[in-house]
Design a protein around this ligand. Sequence first.
Ligand SMILES: NC(=O)c1ccc[n+]([C@@H]2O[C@H](COP(=O)([O-])OP(=O)(O)OC[C@H]3O[C@@H](n4cnc5c(N)ncnc54)[C@H](OP(=O)(O)O)[C@@H]3O)[C@@H](O)[C@H]2O)c1
Length: 304
Amino acid sequence: MATGKTFSEGKGTKKVYTLNTGDKMPGVGLGTWQSKPNEVREAVKNALQMGYRHIDTALAYGNEAEVGQGIIDSGVPRSEIWVTTKLDNPWHKRVTEGIASSLKDLKLDYVDLYLMHWPSSTRPDDLKKHYDDWNFVDTWREMQKLLQTGQVRNIGVSNFDQENLEKLLAAESTTVVPAVNQVELHPNHPSPKLIAFNQSKGIHSTAYSCLGSTDSPLYKDPTLLDMAKAKGKTPQQLMLMWGLQRETSVIPKSVTKSRIEANYQLDGWELTQEEMDKLSNLKDRFKVCGDGWLPVKVFFGNDE
Ligand SMILES: NC(=O)c1ccc[n+]([C@@H]2O[C@H](COP(=O)([O-])OP(=O)(O)OC[C@H]3O[C@@H](n4cnc5c(N)ncnc54)[C@H](OP(=O)(O)O)[C@@H]3O)[C@@H](O)[C@H]2O)c1
């Protein structure tokens, strides 16, 4: 299996990651989980008009139609925008239907990146059960076929620990190395080992919940708050810069115009090595997304 390299160019909002396919993904995107349909259209339009060129959504978020409308409203040409969406767990046996549903709602001919949202092939008739005769390796085999259809430019995974990635890469049917592994990464869950493992396989890491998600405890972290004050930046800007300087892409979610704008003010400054180390070593540790709601365990606690 040929493994291309992933590398970056540029800084701040100009940072672009070249994936193992050669495609270039903008380093800063707008997240849309929990962005309500009546808010996300405006948020996407505002973000694109402010300069964002990367939008992250998912079938499971129930807002792809409004995200698609926001893209149209922005007036930014489709060719300039990177759109990521994800295959939902109960759709693992219906990959062609999953992508067709997303494209129809997004009102797009293709997505730049299609991710397997979770390594859980959940039964649609009972969300507490996993299929007996199907797992994420089978799903990936089917996702690989989408590359020939023109509907997806890149495929990747999300919420894969090293253990599941090794299983995927070792499978006989796996001929394509995921371009991206989108995982939870913020200063209270930095996972340097997993990032290094991804990189060693030519897989780019995208940081989700990069601000610590809704009601983030990080917004009260005294070390982060003191550093932000001293630097004349917001705590969110510091976390995003920390993510970029660790060679991960960041996809902060906001439906608030002023915050969408502030989160994109990442040019003309950076963090020193000492500041990077300080943020990587905050004393608290927490994880926003667990696996207790899934029919299978997907986090094995060895990604630190
Ligand atoms: N692959 C996966 O399984 C997975 C899981 C989780 C997330 N994701 C992706 O990653 C994206 C980001 O993660 P997330 O949504 O969990 O959380 P996040 O981006 O870490 O944080 C979002 C929260 O921070 C607030 N916020 C944003 N900018 C702010 C600022 N400058 N000042 C103060 N508050 C600010 C937002 O509020 P307002 O919106 O009210 O402004 C929202 O409550 C998601 O939207 C989704 O696209 C993927």
